[in-house]
Design a protein around this ligand. Structure first.
Ligand SMILES: C[S@@+](CC[C@H](N)C(=O)[O-])C[C@H]1O[C@@H](n2cnc3c(N)ncnc32)[C@H](O)[C@@H]1O
Length: 224
């Protein structure tokens, strides 16, 4: 006998409420993203939740590290739904779309060319045509050029390696709106030691304290 049988959404308690199992509107959105992402459902849920809150803030959405476009699908759906309700956000997508650039063998375990099984044109087709989705193919930080006046409310930083994360922090953080989010996908992963080092070094002299999540991600919310 299940003592919680009559609990609403009982099937999502595993054992505590786990909406990343596909609860409510997240279910269909995640199912679209899943074939194109290496990011686990619990991390996708964090992105989905923060992205919805960021729709209330001033600025655009950035994703650094797109690969085959999976997590970008989640951000796209949040933005397009919000824009239909009166917001006007753009999703900017940054990747070489040819795999990892040079890595630092003293800090990173990834190798140049990892994640090269992707093609820009295929990712564009997967994400669909919209004026609110802009691709910036090429090497970060070169591809930030020309965006110096941009304001950012949400940044998913999923680039895995020390130098790329450092470059993202240096460009994105000063442009982050008050209460805006930077979420670092790889912070806690033993495969990405350079990620944690880059985040810790960058925020050492900042007022924000990166919040380490049980998912492996680290979240920074910009102080006002
Ligand atoms: C783990 S993958 C991203 C995963 C993706 N978010 C998903 O949903 O599966 C990391 C990506 O970061 C990209 N990357 C790392 N450093 C970069 C740099 N300096 N410039 C452009 N892309 C970079 C790689 O090309 C790779 O596609």
């Amino acid at each position: 006998m299940d003592p919680f049988e009559s609990l609403p959404d009982r099937e999502f308690y595993a054992p505590v409420f786990a909406p990343w199992l596909g609860w409510d509107d997240f279910g269909p959105i995640y199912r679209k993203a899943q074939p194109f992402t290496v990011v686990s459902p619990d991390r996708c849920w964090i992105l989905y939740s923060l992205a919805q809150q960021a729709m209330q803030l001033d600025g655009n959405f950035y994703e650094a590290g797109v690969y085959r476009g999976g997590t970008a699908i989640i951000l796209r759906d949040v933005i397009l739904i919000g824009n239909r309700n009166g917001a006007d956000k753009t999703l900017r997508l940054f990747d070489t779309f040819e795999g990892m650039p040079e890595t630092d063998p003293d800090r990173d375990l990834h190798k140049p060319g990892d994640f090269s099984e992707t093609f820009l044109d295929t990712v564009k087709t997967v994400l669909g045509d919209s004026d609110n989705i802009v691709f910036h193919p090429g090497l970060i930080p070169d591809t930030f050029a020309g965006l110096e006046d941009d304001r950012i409310c949400f940044a998913h930083v999923d680039v895995d390696i020390y130098r790329s994360i450092q470059d993202c922090c240096e460009f994105i953080y000063p442009r982050l709106a008050p209460s805006g989010f930077m979420i670092f996908d790889d912070y806690g992963f033993p495969t990405c030691p350079g990620a944690r080092q880059a985040v810790d070094e960058f925020f050492r002299d900042k007022p924000e304290v990166p919040l380490v999540l049980p998912t492996g991600q680290a979240l920074v919310t910009r102080c006002a």
